[in-house]
Ligand binder design. Structure first.
Ligand SMILES: Cc1ncc(COP(=O)(O)O)c(C=O)c1O
Length: 364
């Protein structure tokens, strides 16, 4: 496979010190040494989520974490309201429908943020057990107002499930203070590691809620993960063979996050996103959504005249960059740039802008 510079919204380029443990000899996923290392990893993830709740590190991609969050809360036929303003909100509804017939969807247009007032109205009209939302809707780059949604949900006694797969480690997120019940992430974006792990954080209130449910299934049932932590905690604190090398790589990613500091990291991503926007505008390209609701890890860009595929092909073949097209309704109209982790620097963005400038020349 040709080596391309990944500037898609995940997986991202990772640092050499993160890649190194992926080629180290395998170790067992149990025993005192492994268990104490695993606990350190969990503790570090807890700090990134800013929670005192439980953290489970599932072996699987981010969707495994979402599936587990939904299975464990409404998998026994509970009621869920899914807020949708893009592809990944639709995905959550699809997962939910596989577990329960009681799925209500509140739709907002692609490219707009979710409006908390409309969520409040919906909850007043029809109370629900769980509300689910995507923090950054990666298909459009919109950042949804999760902090406000947390307040709305607590006023109405609903548990808030947040898909933070493309925001954890990139955007400010304070799980406990914002009233998030369950928060799901993935290793391959803001956590700066290869794909394959899904951290799921569960607040104390959410855990009480889950404890009362009859969740189905085994692998993605958080009660099973908890049971193993309780009963095998001293030597094997998870039910399955863990992805040992991935966990070691994730630890390196977490070390990088804490060496930089969360606040500095959020600032860097914000500055880079703003710099990219200005640069694109300078090239005559319009970001697809207003800056006020834009995330700082992914930018969606309009390309007039159906030229998206051609532009991406030129960038790939002549400049070695892999950028993403869009999904669903925005397919063919918009491309997306991922600027997360090591790629979120001004020199990286300047080099990309230069490549885009050259590519645009070819078909103007
Ligand atoms: C917001 C969001 N949710 C869910 C997913 C799915 O995650 P995964 O592909 O790791 O299962 C993605 C992946 O890009 C995402 O960006």
């Amino acid at each position: 496979m040709k080596r391309l510079k990944l500037m898609i919204p995940g997986p991202i380029e990772v640092a050499p010190e993160v890649l190194r443990p992926m080629s180290e000899p395998l170790e067992a996923h149990y025993g005192a040494e492994w268990t104490s290392f695993y606990r350190r990893v969990i503790e570090a993830i807890r700090k990134v989520f800013k929670t005192r709740g439980r953290v489970f590190l599932l072996v699987g991609s981010g969707s495994a974490g979402l599936d587990a969050a939904i299975c464990s809360t409404v998998g026994d036929g509970g009621r869920i309201l899914v807020l949708q303003n893009g592809f990944f909100g639709e995905r959550i509804a699809e997962i939910a429908r596989s577990y329960t017939p009681h799925v209500e969807v509140l739709r907002f247009p692609w490219g707009e943020a979710v409006y908390p007032e409309r969520v409040e109205e919906a909850l007043r009209r029809r109370p629900t057990d769980v509300v689910a939302v995507v923090h950054c809707e990666t298909s459009t780059g919109v950042l949804n107002p999760v902090e406000e949604l947390g307040r709305v949900c607590s006023r109405h006694g609903a548990l808030l499930v947040v898909d933070a797969i493309s925001t954890l480690g990139i955007e400010p997120l304070e799980m406990d203070r914002w009233g998030i019940g369950i928060c799901v992430a993935a290793s391959q974006k803001g956590l700066e590691a290869p794909p394959g792990l899904a951290p799921v954080a569960v607040s104390e209130e959410a855990w009480e809620f889950i404890s009362r449910r009859e969740s189905p299934g085994w692998y993605l049932n958080l009660k099973v993960w908890h049971r193993y932590e309780e009963s095998w905690g001293s030597w094997h604190p998870h039910p399955v063979t863990h992805a040992v090398n991935n966990v070691k790589a994730l630890w390196k990613g977490l070390e990088r996050i804490f060496a930089e500091g969360l606040e500095a990291r959020f600032r860097r991503h914000r500055e880079v996103a703003q710099h990219l926007r200005r640069g694109l505008e300078g090239l005559g390209l319009q970001p697809a959504i207003p800056e006020m609701i834009a995330s700082h890890g992914v930018t969606a860009v309009e390309v007039p005249g159906g030229q998206v595929d051609r532009l991406l092909q030129t960038l790939r073949e002549e400049h070695g960059y892999l950028l993403a097209g869009s999904l669903g309704e925005w397919r063919g109209r918009v491309f997306r740039v991922g600027h997360m982790g090591p790629n979120a620097t001004l020199p990286v963005i300047d080099a990309l802008l230069e490549a885009i400038r050259w590519s645009l020349k070819e078909f103007r």
